[in-house]
Design a protein around this ligand. Structure first.
Ligand code: BGC
Length: 439
């Protein structure tokens, strides 16, 4: 069992999980399910835009193998699971819903509940049906209604078995990757469009938030929790003494995460959103949902990586303290329960993931924040968007040729943390102590 190291006053490694804190894993439909569903990532693959050529129609075939994956989650002791649903499967043509696909997800959710794993349902995670994409997706104000109609039908199908919802995953990453950096479909290159997309998504989130609460409340259900998921980074100037670096770090933080947080949490459409919506003040999040991965070192108007810092296999800085810094920043503005809805790393050999998990969980448990959930990204290796399958984020290894799943060393560590309610010196020595990050 976990030793209270502080009480013993010894310089030992370890931490206790916070009271009531639940641990699990996150996934997204497109990244694990496979299938030609008529979505924009099937199309992006056909356009040759996946770096390693892997095909999202294959990936981990979770749509067929969902039951064995859920059983594996149970075996690993996961308490909570953040999952997505594929919009293009559920609504293959506008207004035409596929009841078989709804029944499929209902079966999966009911099975998770039977196993005692609580689902958190993400309604939009980066992928659009082609019919929506072809209308301009979230870049057109009038298309919001398409998303909201979809949310309504999801509620009709899931309201009684899901109480916790994420409306939209990472509007900032979605908007900038799709419309500014051009790495995600449709490959846009316009900052104005990216800003507009974020504001349309904020509007969609607010309306969906209201709808989910009203709908479930109308059915006499009062345990509803809804939020969006915010991708947070720490932005620091490359050189603190350089005014230009400092200005850019603040500007990027505002453009990338500050403005969208104001709009999503409280309906405040400030700079740079002013042109699209009037303020709709209110409270639109029941918890703080944070996806945290890295820190950005800023000199010009783009993020960079400091030299001589620990890096993951995609070259992202590993900065564990940042998870608590980001959560504190949001909590200071909106004191709500904290859910870490994603945190994880690309470590193809599983060489430092246990240390990564240890360092990030420790930072959270030492933060003094009411962290209620931690969802590791990802349950299994999967289709990592434009990077493809070769970027491995799972605590479970996927063999893409046989579809065999094998729990990694880090997965065993994670299970042990859940079972023990934290990490004591012995667990630390067994899993994390020997692992070091590379620079
Ligand atoms: C996304 C995931 C993605 C992960 C790692 C997050 O931005 O929500 O879909 O796989 O980061 O890149």
């Amino acid at each position: 069992m976990v030793v209270n190291i502080q009480e013993r006053g010894e310089a030992m490694e370890g931490f206790k999980l916070l009271r009531g804190m639940e641990l699990g894993a996150a996934t997204a439909a497109t990244q694990i399910e496979g299938g030609e569903c008529g979505h924009n990532w099937n199309d992006w693959y056909r356009k040759g835009r996946i770096k390693d050529g892997s095909n999202p129609a294959l990936t981990t075939r979770h749509y067929d193998l969902w039951k064995q994956d859920c059983d594996l989650m149970k075996r690993m002791g996961l308490q909570v699971y953040r999952m997505g649903i594929e919009w293009s499967r559920l609504e293959p043509e506008e207004g035409n819903y596929d009841q078989k696909a709804f029944a499929h997800y209902r079966e999966e959710i009911l099975y998770l509940r039977e196993l005692g794993i609580k689902p958190l349902l993400t309604l939009h995670h980066f992928t659009n049906p082609m019919w929506f994409e072809e209308k301009g997706g979230f870049s057109e104000v009038e298309n919001s209604v398409c998303f909201l109609n979809f949310v309504k039908v999801c509620l009709e199908n899931f309201y009684d078995i899901v109480s916790e919802y994420i409306t939209i995953n990472e509007p900032n990453v979605y908007a900038t990757s799709c419309w500014f950096y051009g790495e995600f479909p449709p490959g846009g290159k316009s900052i104005t469009k990216a800003v507009k997309v974020m504001s349309v998504m904020a509007h969609c989130h607010i309306e969906a938030y209201r709808m989910i609460h009203d709908f479930r409340c109308g059915k006499g259900l009062t345990d509803t929790r809804v939020s969006f998921v915010h991708h947070m980074r720490v932005f620091v100037p490359k050189n603190k003494g350089n005014l230009w670096h400092r200005i850019n770090a603040r500007l990027l933080a505002r453009m990338f995460q500050g403005a969208v947080a104001d709009a999503m949490f409280e309906g405040r459409f400030g700079f740079p959103f002013r042109n699209y919506y009037k303020d709709k003040r209110g409270n639109y999040c029941d918890f703080i949902g944070i996806n945290y991965y890295s820190r950005s070192t800023v000199s010009g108007f783009a993020d960079g990586v400091r030299v001589g810092v620990p890096l993951n296999d995609l070259g992202w800085e590993i900065y564990p303290e940042g998870i608590a810094e980001c959560a504190k920043e949001l909590y200071a503005r909106w004191p709500l329960p904290v859910y870490i809805t994603e945190n994880g790393t690309c470590d193809n050999e599983d060489a430092f993931r246990s240390r990564y998990i240890y360092d990030h969980l420790k930072a959270l448990c030492d933060s003094g924040l009411p962290v209620e959930r931690y969802y590791h990204w990802c349950f299994c290796d999967n289709f990592e968007w434009a990077e493809g399958e070769s970027a491995r984020f799972g605590i479970v290894h996927t063999d893409y040729s046989t579809q065999a799943r094998t729990i990694k060393n880090s997965g065993n560590f994670y299970s042990a943390i859940i079972a023990a309610g934290g990490v004591d010196q012995q667990l630390y020595s067994q899993y994390a102590e020997q692992e070091t990050y590379h620079m």
